[in-house]
Design a protein around this ligand. Structure first.
Ligand code: NDP
Ligand code: 8X3
Length: 248
């Protein structure tokens, strides 16, 4: 039985990936902050999961939790570094500083703590895989995206650089860069304003969290010698807006 570590399992991509991996007979170290959701997962999946309620921004908590994993969950061969968020969709100088910090601290620093704490365990496994959740926001700037776009550009470039560090190690690194997907993402971005969040998905056939889980199961099903470096996807109803000037 293989072991995966997934961050952000209480919702969206993380939750659907957890379900898909359990179907594939993985054991899952399941990380998120909301304890009650983790308890529900534990009720459903029993000892197939090892839930850890923590905030990835808490460096000490991350390193202590990984260090103290029970022996039967230490043999990690798959890391899905997924926890992340956007806060606000405003011009940079209108964003409040706490939201800026929360995005940087979660999407970059927390993401790095998880990767740094887990990598020594991945190195001990014969064939391991790091899957990072980036975004099209790394490649396509959009109005009000500023800090979020920047954090996901970090994930994209870090993924490539990590893969370079890991040459010769048999550890794969993949950056998944989705476009518009309906999860709790927009509710978080708009701080619980469900109406505003729902408007984001009006007149679109958005990607679902289950679709991302399918992509992950596809990526991990590939032969040992193939590394998908990056996979970018959008709903068919979404395309690029192009550049903007007053005249065109
Ligand atoms: P959701 O909001 O549905 O899920 C986010 C998950 O991350 C939750 O389980 C949340 O759990 C967890 N999380 C957030 N902050 C922290 C933290 N500080 N510590 C621990 N866990 C945390 O969003 P998605 O599933 O859509 O997003 C997953 C990833 O995919 C994110 O990195 C996002 O940026 C990226 N993405 C999303 C897209 C979309 O359109 N939905 C498109 C492209 C990329 P809890 O609150 O319980 O801690
Ligand atoms: C989330 C998708 O397009 O809102 O990363 O940035 S988008």
């Amino acid at each position: 039985m293989k072991t995966a570590l997934i961050t952000g399992v209480s919702s969206g991509f993380g939750l659907e990936s957890l379900k898909a991996l359990i179907e594939l007979d993985y054991k899952v170290i399941a990380i998120a902050r909301r304890k009650e959701r983790l308890e529900k997962l534990q009720e459903l999946y029993g000892n197939k999961i090892y839930p850890i309620a923590l905030d990835v921004r808490d460096k000490q908590a991350v390193f202590t939790a990984i260090k103290n994993l029970p022996q039967e969950f230490k043999n990690i061969s798959l890391l899905i570094n997924n926890a992340g968020l956007a806060l606000g969709l405003d011009e940079f100088d209108s964003l409040n500083i706490e939201d800026i910090e929360a995005m940087v601290d979660t999407n970059i620093k927390g993401f790095l703590y998880i990767a740094r704490a887990t990598l020594p365990l991945l190195r001990k496994t014969k064939n391991a895989h790091v899957i990072n959740l980036g975004s099209i926001a790394a490649n396509v700037p959009y109005y009000g995206g500023n800090v979020y776009c920047g954090t996901k550009a970090f994930v994209a470039q870090f993924s490539k650089a990590l893969r370079t560090d890991l040459r010769g190690s048999n550890i794969k690194v993949t950056n998944i860069a989705p476009g518009l997907c309906k999860t709790e993402f927009s509710e978080v971005r708009f701080k619980g304003d469900v109406k505003k969040a729902d408007e984001v998905y009006e007149n679109t056939k958005y990607i679902k969290a289950e679709d991302i889980a399918k992509i992950i199961t596809f990526i991990i099903s590939l032969p040992e010698h193939i590394n998908i470096n990056e996979i970018e996807l959008m709903p068919v109803t979404q395309t690029w807006a192009g550049t903007f000037s007053e005249k065109i």
